[in-house]
Design a protein around this ligand. Structure first.
Ligand code: ARG
Length: 393
């Protein structure tokens, strides 16, 4: 029997895919990655596992990959200050190459010749999974049932699931399509497709409405060592804990929402809203610290790299040579990125208000307008003459 490893989410689509592939002669092994999407919060993991078996899976792998996700995917993106089109901190995009890596790994272990996923033919995620898997093992066949199957609507899928006794919770009709992990939440479809409407409050899952938050600000202090966030409010904690904690705190102050009409890789524009409290806080803090310790040329050059880096992540080119080369560059810039940034969270805003680093290039005796001034103002005259010289006719 042909074996296939399916990226399983526990939802309606991927559950139907299990049966659908069975009917086409496949032995289906389900793989579910825990990237911090809140598994076990709504329904328990056993229920999801049971559903996969009920749908016809012969084996189910559920792996907690949160540490690897944080260390090897989120952290390099944070060091690079990666943000797509100025608003999207790439939570979904960063998760895909990791899922692809495990799909390929399990395929090898199980001697499967194919992998499958439940992405539609219109999104970025199909590209990310397939390009990543193709780089890791070009021989694996890729099956994307949703691109070609016969179901025209959610109702038809539900009917199919019921016909085959796949235990699906059809009571709550989901008004949105949601993808969630530790680094953030992506929410699209439904009413959000109407660009003339403000996203309704019920679309947001982990952030309070900024207008409804407390009238007192909350300060947080992040300590970084070589670009890696190590302490929150003076206490050391591991990266996944730090991120979850900041998601909670930021969420309470309405921090990290964004509403974006983005350019998809497949050529269409789409409207998506994002919630990424921890990512927003850490991105702001990391950039602020870099402003303090990186020299001007390096800081400006690194901004250009950030733009390219975000495109590579968004475009599914995580395992590409350019992305790896940029990682080495970015890593080399982080040597001096150590210090503490204090941020103020208030009614949806997150701003750095104080900073401290032993590697700061800021020199008060040069910047000051007070009497401790050590800047030799006479030197400016010669500097300006030479600087402007090439432009004089
Ligand atoms: N637009 C985002 C991206 O391309 C998220 C895609 C998944 N979104 C979702 N709501 N299911 O990375």
């Amino acid at each position: 029997m042909k074996k296939v490893i399916l990226a399983y989410s526990g939802g309606l689509d991927t559950s139907c895919i299990v049966k659908w592939l069975n009917e086409r002669g496949y032995d289906v092994i389900c793989f579910m990655a825990d990237l911090g999407q809140g598994l076990g919060q709504g329904e328990d993991i056993e229920a999801i596992e049971e559903r996969a078996y009920a749908a016809g899976a012969s084996k189910v792998y559920i792996k907690d990959l949160q540490d690897e996700f944080a260390q090897s995917f989120v952290l390099p993106a944070l060091k690079a200050n990666a943000i797509y089109e100025g608003k999207y901190l790439l939570a979904t995009a960063l998760g895909r190459p990791l899922i692809a890596k495990y799909l390929v790994q399990i395929a090898h272990k199980e001697k499967a010749h194919a992998i499958a996923h439940g992405c539609t033919g219109k999104g970025n995620d199909q590209v990310r999974l397939e390009v990543a898997a193709g780089i890791l093992d070009p021989k694996l066949e890729i099956i994307a049932p949703v691109r070609s199957w016969e179901f025209k609507s959610r109702e038809e899928e539900i009917e199919y699931a019921q016909m085959h006794n796949i235990p699906i919770d059809v009571t709550k009709k989901k008004p949105y399509s949601i993808d969630r992990n530790l680094w953030g939440i992506s929410i699209e479809s439904g009413i959000l497709e109407d660009l003339e409407q403000e996203p309704p409050e019920d679309a947001y899952m982990i952030t309070k409405s900024p207008s409804g938050t407390t009238s007192y600000p909350r300060y947080v202090e992040i300590y970084f060592e070589k670009g890696i966030p190590k302490k929150l409010d003076g206490k050391s904690c591991k990266l996944t804990t730090l991120i979850s904690r900041l998601n909670e705190i930021g969420g309470l102050y309405g921090v990290g929402r964004s509403d974006l009409v983005e350019n998809r890789l497949v050529g269409i524009k789409s409207r998506e809203i994002y919630e990424a409290p921890a990512a927003t806080i850490l991105y702001t803090a990391h950039k602020e610290l870099e402003s303090l310790v990186l020299d001007r040329e390096l800081a400006h050059f690194k901004e250009m790299i950030a733009l390219k880096y975000s495109e590579l992540v968004y475009y599914g080119l995580w395992y590409s040579p350019l992305k790896e080369a940029l990682d080495s560059f970015v890593e080399s810039t982080q040597e001096l990125v150590s210090g503490t940034i204090k941020l103020k969270l208030f009614k949806g805003n997150c701003v750095a208000v104080a900073r401290k680093s032993q590697n700061a290039l800021y020199k008060k005796e040069l910047a000051t307008y007070g009497k401790e001034d050590k800047f030799n103002q006479q030197l400016a005259e010669g500097f300006i003459k030479i600087w402007g010289m090439p432009y004089k006719r």
